[in-house]
Write a protein that binds this ligand. Structure first.
Ligand code: LLP
Length: 439
């Protein structure tokens, strides 16, 4: 992937930096991001859209990986930003991300979060439900502002992906469904709600999607409602169609995602066909890719420790991280590939299963990885860990979270410091009556 290669020392190199130098300098586990690959992917999305002639916005879904430095890169590349919490919004604002290019998602935005976003003057709210519509309208009126909104619809499109990351079906906690008439009602209600201006409709059908039919189907369904809103209900400011994210990536050989350009071409075709047939002007199309921008760009480096061979059954090899830095195998049975970063030219000679260090049998990173004979002290590189790893990391077992470095042109920059044990206790409070002997 990207700038990864095996160098003359037989070591994995990313962004022109030898990964064994990274581990000796920054320790393990370590998340390493190939900055050039992230930037190239962002540019690929933009140039694919440029070729369609449609107005568009590419909003990076920051839930996939959100830090100050990442927000700076997204800002520099001219993308917009999708946030889903006060914390992500705060990160974006601290990074001086242009607030008008931020939109705010979420099925339960709190009054505080809505205020925070109104104060920042963000570009748009993606309103998920009736409660939020009323709350946002009231808070905006109180402040004497009008908030631009999109309505999140749940178009009833099912795509083939893991149940927990499929979101567009009717029975979902997200958005207004069309079947019950909630979507139709929400559009009409929002046109009468003071403090909000309905500018767009949104749908997101799921994540890690390898085909384009689901997008086209959703565009058709949402497009028809868009037409009804404009023609029958007088939605005069409606001009944005947000089709969400979900573009798949290759984690392993078996994954068959499309190219960025193929997704965009299909979406653009779908939008043009639907809107032309409805006799409507082409909308501005927004997409919200997360995984596909950062997923392949991330690699996690671990140090190998103990091994255990159960003859005739399996060999376990443990690394100094696991579900605390990558919960995806435990949560979704996600499959990853690994190599030895310090012996990258050696042929695989054994099949081993890579265990994490958490006290949990389910903390297995990879089942049946083919590797050269693994020894304690080897550096194991797990690829494609850029999306939903750091952002979903936890301190289970009070394991400190790894550092994050961005590498490019032979330079490594720390963008998140390694958590220390003192960081882990920094928010703990000991009541005075228990203070005896506490340091
Ligand atoms: N837009 C909306 C409204 C979303 O809900 C999501 C993801 C995205 C965009 C970005 O989707 P992406 O391009 O990254 O597929 N933790 C799970 C993925 C959860 C996705 C949630 N929503 C995982 O690790 O696979």
């Amino acid at each position: 992937h990207g700038t990864s290669r095996v160098n003359e020392h037989g070591h994995l190199e990313i962004g022109g930096v030898d990964t064994t130098e990274l581990t000796s300098k920054f320790g393990t586990p370590l998340y390493v991001f190939d900055e050039q690959l992230m930037r190239e992917t962002m540019r690929a999305y933009k140039s694919a859209w440029d070729a369609t002639g449609l107005r568009y916005e590419v909003a990076y879904a920051s839930k996939a990986f959100c830090t100050l430095a990442m927000c700076r890169i997204v800002a520099e590349e001219g993308l917009a930003l999708d946030v889903v919490s006060g914390g992500e919004l705060h990160t974006a604002l601290k990074a001086n991300f242009p607030s008008e290019r931020i939109h705010f998602h979420g099925n339960n935005k709190t009054p505080d979060e809505i205020e925070q976003a109104l104060n920042a003057g963000i570009g748009a709210f993606v309103v998920d439900n009736f409660h939020e519509l009323a709350l946002l309208g009231a808070l905006a009126v109180e402040k004497g502002v009008v908030a631009d909104i999109l309505l999140r619809l749940s178009p009833g499109v099912e795509v083939h992906t893991h149940e927990y990351i499929s979101t567009g079906q009717e029975d979902s906690k997200f958005g207004f469904d069309l079947q019950s008439g909630a979507a139709q009602q929400a559009i009409q209600l929002s046109l009468q709600t003071k403090g909000v201006r309905l500018v767009g409709l949104h749908s997101h059908i799921g994540s890690q999607i390898f085909e384009t039919e689901g997008f086209k189907h959703a565009i058709d369904i949402v497009g028809n409602l868009f037409a009804q809103a404009v023609k029958e209900w007088g939605a005069k400011d409606l001009s944005v169609l947000n089709v969400g994210g979900g573009f798949g990536i290759r984690y392993t050989e078996g994954d068959t995602p499309l190219q960025v350009q193929q997704y965009i071409e299909a979406i653009a075709e779908g939008v043009k066909a639907t809107f032309d047939s409805l006799g409507l002007a082409h909308p501005e199309v927004v997409i919200e890719p997360g995984r596909s921008i950062v997923g392949n760009a991330g690699t996690t480096l671990y140090t190998v420790g103990s091994s255990k061979n159960i003859p005739g059954v399996r060999k376990y090899v443990s690394v100094n991280g696991g579900m605390s830095d990558n919960p995806r195998p435990a949560l979704y049975q996600a499959v990853y590939e690994a190599m030895l970063a310090n012996r990258a030219t050696e042929e695989p000679t054994e099949v081993v299963s890579i265990a994490g260090k958490a006290c949990e049998s389910g903390d297995m990173l990879i089942w049946d990885a083919k590797l050269p004979e693994v020894q304690a002290g080897d550096i194991l590189a797990v690829s494609c860990t850029g999306a939903y790893n750091y952002s979903m990391a936890s301190n289970y077992n009070r394991i400190a979270r790894p550092a994050v470095v961005f590498v490019q042109n032979g330079v490594a920059d720390v963008v998140v410091k390694r958590e220390s044990f003192d960081d882990l206790v920094s928010l703990d409070v000991v009541p005075a009556r228990l203070m005896d002997g506490v340091l």
